[in-house]
Ligand binder design. Structure first.
Ligand code: ARG
Ligand code: ZN
Length: 465
């Protein structure tokens, strides 16, 4: 209706709403430059991410001092405009911003809640590339969610920091487009007091350098990554570097408290990465591994190339889960949070597949056990295909999401099911995905109408028969 009205009135093209204060009898606006939206368009997280541009690369230069908890950062962000921009937003919370430049020219900025609004000295043309540089400092504060997310984002620890940001905590330590719909590559330059180790995604670029009591680590993630998967975890760590049996570069690190877990973590992560490569398709990144830090987060996070385990010795099942996420969640990222089952249902099903592979309970046995939950179990009232913003990580998204995949496997047979998994990961490698796309591919490969199955398992508030 809005578009029809606008084109009848003729004051703007149908795809651009008129300027808010432009009246019919005013002279036409001189330009079409408009502010980018404060959200990327995920209705459940209306201010996460931003409109009007697409980031291709983050260059994060960070200096952190654990004893004072002070962080100094310079974030250099390369982006392309998707509309004519008079201003645009980044997501950023806490600390103090001292300077912002756009294409090397000083820009004005304003902060309101978690929105950093940048007005460049020159407006930005649609499709043009631009570089934003934000200089900031302060003590990062994590997000503490009393409901069910726990503490996430940049969490200071006595010897460094535990950095795990799902769903939207990356704004606690660097300004960014904080939504998985905008993936980018990353360079990290992290300076810490000598003796402290800084770990980030991807691989080290050169050897760490030490001067005047400080060590600088350079890490590079060459594959596009969602901002919540970025990490700069710092502290005392024992490291083991090498290769998986199949030859993938691997880096494992554990807090000294978990010293005895290092070799197990390294061995299991290597073996599991290699096995998933045979089941899900080629490993999507240039290294694998894991980090165990001494912070009791109550969860693990599938940080790209280096899952982070929060204060516990990970067992094979959770390692299988976090490494399955490298395909489902990291390489193939969701377009909106309500479709989180595409991450958690798949990673949970991977736990069942690992058990089956190891001669433990079969996926079928685990499915039957889960399906036998009484009709009153809360997972039946919560349809996993529509994760709720206030209860994103509900057990249904995990367990009923996994059951959905097993029901699908039974309906289309093993050969088609495993071909589907590999086709899915190959078709959308380094991209973004939706449930609708998965259903369509499953129907296409099986030649079956699978709507009733997906509807019952993903969208109905009761136990499927
Ligand atoms: N994706 C993680 C996992 O299941 C869970 C992250 C939960 N995030 C949080 N803030 N509690 O492996
Ligand atoms: Zn998970």
């Amino acid at each position: 209706l809005m578009a029809a009205l606008v084109s009848v009135l003729g004051c703007a093209p149908a795809d651009k709403p008129p300027l808010a204060d432009h009246r019919l009898d005013d002279p036409p606006p001189l330009t079409e430059y408009r502010p980018g939206a404060a959200g990327i368009g995920d209705p459940d997280f209306p201010t996460d991410g931003n409109g009007g541009y697409d980031v291709s690369h983050y260059d994060l230069d960070i200096d952190y001092v654990p004893v004072t908890k002070q962080l100094h950062g310079v974030a250099t962000i390369k982006a392309a405009a998707t509309q004519d921009l008079s201003s645009f937003n980044l997501d950023f919370s806490g600390m103090t911003v001292s300077k912002v430049t756009v294409n090397n020219a000083t820009a004005t900025f304003r902060r309101q809640g978690s929105e950093l609004t940048v007005t460049p000295s020159e407006p930005i043309d649609v499709k043009s590339r631009f570089t934003v540089k934000v200089t900031y400092a302060g003590q990062p504060q994590p997000i503490r969610d009393s409901a069910n997310l726990g503490t996430f984002g940049f969490v200071a620890t006595p010897d460094g920091a535990f950095v795990a940001s799902e769903p939207d905590g990356s704004k606690t330590w660097f300004p960014n487009n904080d939504h998985p719909a905008d993936k980018a590559t990353y360079d990290f330059t992290i300076t810490v007091p000598a003796g402290v180790t800084a770990l980030a995604n991807g691989e080290l670029v050169g050897r760490p350098t030490t001067a005047q009591g400080k060590t600088t680590f350079r890490w590079r993630e060459r594959q596009p990554m969602a901002s919540y998967l970025a990490t700069a975890t710092m502290g005392m760590f024992d490291l083991r570097e090498g290769r998986t049996p199949a030859g993938i570069t691997e880096i494992a690190a554990v807090d000294p408290k978990f010293k005895k877990s290092l070799n197990t973590l390294f061995k299991l992560s290597g073996e599991i990465t290699d096995y998933w490569s045979t089941v899900f398709g080629p490993y999507p990144f240039s290294s694998t591994g894991g980090i165990v830090d001494d912070f009791a987060a109550g969860y693990a996070l599938e940080n790209q190339t280096k899952p982070l385990y929060g204060g516990f010795e990970p067992d094979p099942s959770i390692i299988a889960h976090e490494l399955a996420h490298q395909w489902f969640g990291d390489s193939l990222s969701i377009k909106r949070w309500s479709e989180l089952w595409l991450n958690e249902g798949f990673a949970t099903y991977a736990e069942w597949l690992w058990s089956e592979h190891k001669g433990g309970k079969t996926a079928e046995a685990i499915f039957n056990q889960e399906h036998a939950r009484p009709a009153s179990d809360p997972i039946w009232a919560y349809p996993p295909g529509r994760a709720r913003p206030e209860d994103l990580f509900n057990a249904s998204v995990y367990a009923r999401g996994a059951m959905t995949l097993h029901a699908l496997r039974k309906a289309i047979g093993d050969a088609t099911f495993f071909k589907l998994l590999k086709t899915w990961t190959a078709d959308h490698r380094n991209g973004n995905v939706t449930t609708e796309e998965f259903i369509r591919l499953a129907e296409q490969l099986s030649g079956k109408n699978l709507r009733p199955l997906f509807d019952a398992w993903l969208f109905q508030p009761q136990r499927p028969a």
